[in-house]
Design a protein around this ligand. Structure first.
Ligand code: ZN
Length: 454
């Protein structure tokens, strides 16, 4: 059995010193604070629960940095970005998707994430023809996870129509499209593919958004796998709110709460466009708000009301969504900074007993685990060992302990402090580097070179 000994560790009960954590395969078998070092221990600085990255579209990583120039229109926006994304993805083969996804998952691990939730909507060949195996692309994401070792929650996405008015999918969207029947077959195929991964892998269901699925299909999605995580994009852009209001007669959050039994199975992605009563009503459902602060900044989505949400005991987690950058500390910092800029305050999410960094990391770990359907999120005996260790010898962490250590990492440091990462007991990042970085990076570079000039 592996024994890790940490100078300090954030346990369910709070901070402890000289903590020995014994793993039995995927799970934490024993936790012993105030323990003496033993020969064979893996000695680490600060041991923390590693949050699941709860929202990713892996393929978008390969277009990072390609959309920062002004287009022909007066102003660039989420919608012009989306046009380029559609053109870009038309070039991608299943092999490309596998190589990009492995790279993304590797970067997530190196950033300190313990698992990845892939919101997977690129299903068909260019032109929209299904592959011989309708779950071909889903199986590629699974193979990427075999390569990277990350704990995967795979969410096949139902994308049915081009907008709330039921219009057909545009040319850029035909690779995503499915009927509800086709989607049910895809889910079965994805489930079979997931069988190749260790036991901690999970299947979830993702109706894309209120724009892309009909109310009837949304209801069907909720019944398809009645206990699986259920994820949906919600209220990201003002134009989306206007469209839903025009066609469904209510704002997205309002409509959803009136038409679905939203509970702790659900993870609603973005929620950047909510009014205060919506924020409070959604927080009360125990659903997770899936926040993607770097992408939401990059796309100009708006600012999630994290202050009202956390004061109402709302649950949240972090995703990297477009994957323009994959960095855990920066996502957490960006979330709090957005609140500070809006409200002109400091330490916006701190409570009287917990610092900002503690609220952010602990919240993201618990919410991420819930959204991923993983029995992780906190360091406790019997839980899955999704863990990260910070190198406390780094100059920006010098002399810091407990909550102040987390604050120094998130607000004054960066992911270079992430030294070791385990996903369900698999020790995948060692001394800051993924164990298969060279091979995975080589595969990714080849794909990006070929896609240049798209
Ligand atoms: Zn997304």
């Amino acid at each position: 059995m592996t024994r890790i000994r940490a100078e300090q560790a954030l346990l369910t009960t709070g901070w402890a010193r000289d903590v020995a954590v014994t793993l039995d395969g995927a799970r934490i078998a024993r936790i012993e604070p105030d323990s003496a070092p033993r020969a064979g221990d893996i000695a680490v600085g600060a041991l923390l629960p590693a949050p699941a990255n709860l929202h990713s579209h892996a393929f978008q990583r390969a277009m990072a940095g390609m959309t920062e120039r002004r287009g022909p229109s007066d102003s660039d926006s989420f919608w012009t970005w989306r046009q380029l994304m559609f053109r870009f993805l038309d070039q991608l083969t299943p092999e490309d998707v596998q190589a990009i996804a492995a790279f993304v998952q590797m970067e997530m691990l190196e950033a300190g994430y313990g698992a990845s939730v892939e919101f997977h909507y690129l299903h068909h060949a260019p032109g929209g023809t299904p592959y011989a195996d309708p779950a071909e692309m889903a199986a590629r994401v699974v193979r990427a996870a075999q390569d990277s070792g990350i704990g995967l929650t795979l969410l096949p996405v139902l994308y049915q129509q081009g907008g709330c008015d039921g219009r057909a999918l545009g040319p850029g969207q035909v690779r995503f499209g499915n009927t509800p029947d086709g989607f049910a077959r895809l889910v079965e195929g994805a489930e079979t593919a997931l069988g190749a991964l260790p036991d901690d892998a999970r299947l979830g269901i993702a109706p894309h958004s209120l724009r892309a699925v009909t109310p009837e299909a949304l209801a069907l999605c909720t019944r398809l796998r009645p206990t699986a995580p259920l994820h949906m994009h919600l209220a990201e852009q003002t134009a989306e709110v206007d469209e839903v209001l025009a066609f469904l007669g209510a704002r997205p959050v309002e409509w959803l709460l009136d038409h679905a039994a939203v509970d702790d199975r659900w993870c609603l992605i973005h929620c950047t466009q909510m009014q205060r009563p919506e924020t409070l009503a959604l927080a009360a459902t125990r659903a997770v708000a899936g926040l993607c602060p770097i992408t939401e900044s990059s796309l100009g989505d708006g600012i999630f009301d994290g202050v009202a949400w956390t004061r109402a005991q709302g649950r949240f987690g972090i995703g990297s969504d477009s994957n323009i950058r994959i960095t855990l500390s920066e996502e957490l910092r960006t979330l709090d900074h957005s609140q500070r800029l809006r409200d002109r305050v400091r330490a916006a999410l701190a409570t009287p007993t917990q610092s900002t960094g503690r609220v952010l990391l602990q919240g993201a770990a618990l919410g991420g685990a819930q959204a991923a359907g993983r029995d992780s999120g906190t360091l406790a005996e019997g839980r899955l060992a999704d863990m990260l260790a910070l190198d406390t010898r780094r100059v920006d962490l010098e002399g810091r302990t407990g909550d102040a250590l987390l604050d120094a990492w998130i607000f004054a440091g960066d992911d270079r402090a992430v030294a070791e990462v385990w996903s369900a007991g698999r020790h995948l990042v060692r001394a800051g580097r993924h164990v298969a970085r060279d091979r995975i990076e080589t595969g990714y570079r080849a794909v990006v070179r070929r896609l240049q000039g798209v």
